[in-house]
Design a protein around this ligand. Structure first.
Ligand code: DAH
Length: 344
């Protein structure tokens, strides 16, 4: 029996010495010191030994397992330290190295303009429309008919407006003015809202035109709303958006849903009014249409034009962004070329 124990001890010590790393050592430990190990089984068999052998073998087994435990412990500490040192060396970082450049995204220039304009109009007392009243997919009735467009108006032509196949009278809205109708059908004056969104036109794409673009619509309906107020609000908007130095002019115009109607031009930023290809040699660029809400439109939404009046306006977001930052091609906003976007 003693010999057998000595033999196990010898074997175990050899294995401990041969272990190359903590993982191998762990395996050796499982083999020689776990509950199913040979030594432990011998301990369990002590009770069957003759009485006089019990204390001798028992003491021997205890001393062997203590000795082996100590050896394991010692070698384990050695491996722990060695492996930690190796890892620290391998994972060492040089804090003096330059950091890695992580590019950061930002808000698209058109969205920046929309946010800025909405903020200006909030400041002037307009609140953001409930988006439910400003859908991009619209019926002709709200995009045209209720805005006083005659049945045969050329804007309704297939060439200008995108019609949905298979759904009669459903279109992609050609203007944010549809939101005027929905707002007035769903609320009573005083109404003072601003409505930004995408619009669509079936036109050929060029440096000045895209078939998707953005507009911001404004509507103010109350008692005694006047053209003078319209001018006051829009002049203040232009002053806040461009700064006071930008020359502007009002031109009389026509829209089916406003009477009288105006268009506002801002001096071309590319040529400072001298005339260039961007402004078709006129020195001016149109930024918005506006006017007093036509009494017919008010009647159509059951607002009495003898009691109430209103003004409305619609502006092009791309135009306004181009004018502020001297961007000469509208397509740049939609190509997602980082070299362009990074500049904002
Ligand atoms: N919806 C017009 C367009 O897309 C712009 C416009 C003109 C909007 C006059 C208005 C307005 O609200 O009063 O050309």
């Amino acid at each position: 029996m003693e010999n057998k124990i000595e033999q196990i001890k010898k074997e175990a010590i050899e294995c401990i010495n041969n272990a190359q790393n903590s993982k191998m050592l762990e395996e050796v430990k499982n083999k020689y010191l776990s509950r199913n190990s040979e030594i432990n089984n011998l301990k369990k068999g002590l009770k069957d030994l003759p009485n006089e052998q019990k204390p001798v073998i028992g003491a021997l087994l205890n001393s062997v397992s203590n000795e082996l435990n100590n050896l394991f412990e010692e070698k384990n500490n050695y491996f722990y330290k060695k492996e930690l040192d190796e890892r620290l060396l391998k994972e060492k970082i040089d804090v003096t190295l330059d950091g890695e450049y992580i590019p950061q995204g930002h808000v698209h220039p058109l969205t920046q303009t929309v946010n800025e304009i909405v903020e200006i109009f909030n400041h002037l007392g307009f609140s953001l429309i409930n988006p439910q009243y400003s859908p991009e997919v619209e019926v002709e009735k709200y995009n045209f008919d209720m805005l006083n467009f005659p049945k045969e108006h050329p804007a309704k032509d297939m060439q200008d407006t995108f019609y949905c196949e298979g759904a009669e009278n459903v279109i992609l809205r050609s203007q944010t003015s549809n939101s005027q109708v929905r707002q007035m059908l769903n609320s009573r004056p005083p109404i003072k809202v601003i409505s930004p969104g995408r619009v669509y036109r079936n036109e050929s794409v060029s440096a000045r035109k895209n078939n998707l673009f953005h507009q911001i619509e404004g509507l103010y309906v109350d008692k005694n709303v006047t053209m003078a107020q319209l001018k006051g609000v829009l002049n203040e908007f232009i002053r806040l958006y461009f700064g006071s130095s930008r020359p502007t002019r009002y031109r009389s115009s026509f829209f089916p849903f406003t009477e009288p109607s105006v268009e506002i031009d801002v001096q071309c930023i590319m040529c400072q009014g001298k005339g260039c290809s961007v402004c078709s040699k006129t020195g001016w660029l149109e930024i918005l249409g506006a006017g007093m809400v036509d009494p017919n439109v008010l009647k159509g939404v059951d607002i009495d034009p003898d009691v109430y009046s209103g003004f409305a306006f619609g502006m092009g977001v791309e135009r306004l962004t181009m004018l502020k930052y001297a961007v000469d091609d509208i397509r740049l906003f939609f190509n997602n070329d980082e070299r362009f976007l990074k500049q904002f």
